[in-house]
Design a binder for this molecule. Structure first.
Ligand code: FAD
Length: 452
């Protein structure tokens, strides 16, 4: 297969819109079908997080699409985690140690709008809203959609179809039904709920602005990310059932008592706690395990549709944007021979997306629990020191994920080696300055080849 002339993308979410922008900039004609209304014209209830953490992999994708300059003014740097203890004390822990080693809070809606505008500005491209995919005939290369307003069906031909329709992807379900393979969604037994800390009376931020706030409580947690208007979007992560669970929060009195016991300082900043708790949806979180991602020279999955992950590393969107930049890199390498690029894309990318799925699950325990452990803090300090001493060899795992574009699979492998080294170095010491540097050097030289 060489270069298709017309690409149909299903889903105008973050990844579909970015990929479409990149493809239009390469000269392709793109049509996107999206089941929701146009979010630039209609206020859509947040199905998912109102704001997100954007990091290096995502920024790289936005730069490649030529969109970063427009997005940069909308970003709020989050320099580290601000931990909130039960007694109201706080502790700030930086994410990185070099200038620029920060992550950014960004509005999902604003980001998506800018990308939709970019697609629309491309001469040969079309966005069609309120169109929900119902079925796909891969042999005839047609997709049937229902108009969500008038409920009428239409069948559209495609030369090449890209499924960017998120973790519940209808394209994925049709593709796997056609070719066989794996399509499993593993849901967590924890859910989430979004709440809001409004700006103060004078529009000021009521918590430290440049931080990701966490109230870690062992089996559950609350987090908050800043918005440009001075508010914070707060997310409560709780088990679905059992002790301290959503199941137990049935009445306003239950919610108020739960917050009073577990998050009294946050409660004081959430005036609409009860109303928001009962009117905002409770979201599920899961990992999508899917294979293959492609069908002959006709279709491909990308973003959450191929590899949805839990949100605890703040990487779902970043990883999806990296899919887009890797896809375009492969098109360059294969001179826009899509058939060749498709095969390599899924083969190369799957081990990386499996690795970030694992790290995202692990990071839930880190955020809600380990961050409170003095041993975790000690290892973090030593990790930073080792990075200063051996910058080509030892980079803390969080930094490798968030501030670099080292393939996730390598990050996972090196992270395990580093963790073993740190485990040995912290044994019997209480202060980072006391770790055995000679032992560290020989362990690093023996087991961590320099990164290119
Ligand atoms: P989506 O954003 O889900 O977009 C899919 C689009 O397809 C939607 O517009 C949908 O309406 C449309 N669609 C679906 N089905 C159909 C159909 N049948 N027909 C037509 N259209 C259809 N990631 C980060 O990088 N950083 C974070 O901080 C972060 N925080 C998160 C917090 C939470 C609570 C959650 C749930 C996720 C978070 N993520 C984060 C993950 C991120 O939201 C996703 O990885 C990202 O949205 C994936 O983009 P996507 O375009 O692949 O899918």
């Amino acid at each position: 297969m060489t270069k298709p002339k017309h690409i149909v993308v299903i889903g105008a979410g973050l990844v579909g819109a970015l990929l479409a922008t990149m493809l239009t900039r390469r000269g392709y004609r793109v049509t996107i079908f999206e089941k929701r209304p146009d979010l630039r014209k209609v206020k859509i209830a947040a199905g998912k997080s109102i704001n997100l953490a954007l990091a290096e992999r995502g920024i790289h994708g936005l730069r490649m699409a030529g969109l970063f300059d427009e997005i940069e003014p909308l970003l709020i740097p989050m320099r580290g985690r601000q931990l909130h203890e039960l007694d109201g004390t706080t502790d700030f822990s930086p994410y990185g140690q070099r200038p620029g080693e920060v992550i950014y809070s960004v509005s999902r809606g604003q980001l998506n709008q800018i990308m939709l505008d970019a697609v629309e500005q491309a001469s040969d491209s079309t966005l069609v809203f309120n169109q929900e995919v119902r079925s796909i005939d891969f042999d005839a290369r047609t997709v049937t959609m229902v108009d969500t307003l008038d409920k009428k069906d239409q069948t559209v031909e495609f030369e090449f179809l890209i499924g960017a329709d998120g973790s519940g992807s209808a394209v994925r379900q049709s593709l796997i039904k056609k070719v066989g393979g794996q399509d499993r969604s593993e849901f967590l037994d924890h859910d989430y709920k979004e709440l809001n800390i409004p700006a103060g009376a004078n529009g000021e931020f009521q918590l430290e602005r440049e931080a990701l706030h966490i109230w870690p409580r062992g089996g559950f947690m609350l987090i908050a990310l800043p918005n440009l208007d001075g508010s914070f979007t707060v997310t409560l992560f709780l088990p679905r059932k059992g002790e301290n669970s959503f199941e137990q929060l049935q009445s306003p009195a239950d919610v108020l008592a739960f917050f009073k016991t577990n998050f009294p300082d946050a409660q004081a900043l959430i005036p609409e706690l009860v109303d928001d708790f009962f009117s905002n949806p409770t979201g599920q979180m899961g990992t999508v395990r899917c294979w293959p991602w492609i069908f002959r020279d006709a279709a491909m999955l990308i973003g959450d549709a191929a590899h949805g992950i839990v949100p605890f590393h703040g990487q779902g969107m970043n990883c999806g944007f990296e899919d887009c930049s890797q896809w375009c890199k492969l098109l360059d390498q294969h001179h826009d021979d899509w058939g060749a690029a498709m095969q390599e894309f899924q083969t190369n990318r799957k081990p990386d997306t499996d690795a970030i799925a694992t790290m995202a699950l692990e990071n839930y325990v880190v955020m809600r629990d380990s961050v409170r452990d003095p041993n975790y803090q000690l290892k973090k300090e030593i990790g930073f020191e080792l990075e200063r001493m051996f910058p080509q060899q030892f980079i803390p795992r969080y930094s490798m994920v968030m501030f670099h574009r080292i393939p996730y699979q390598i990050v996972l492998e090196r992270g395990l080696v580093q963790e073993k080294i740190l485990d040995k170095l912290v044994r019997g010491i209480h202060h980072a300055k006391d770790f055995d540097k000679t032992r560290a050097e020989s362990a690093i030289k023996a087991s961590l080849p320099p990164l290119s």
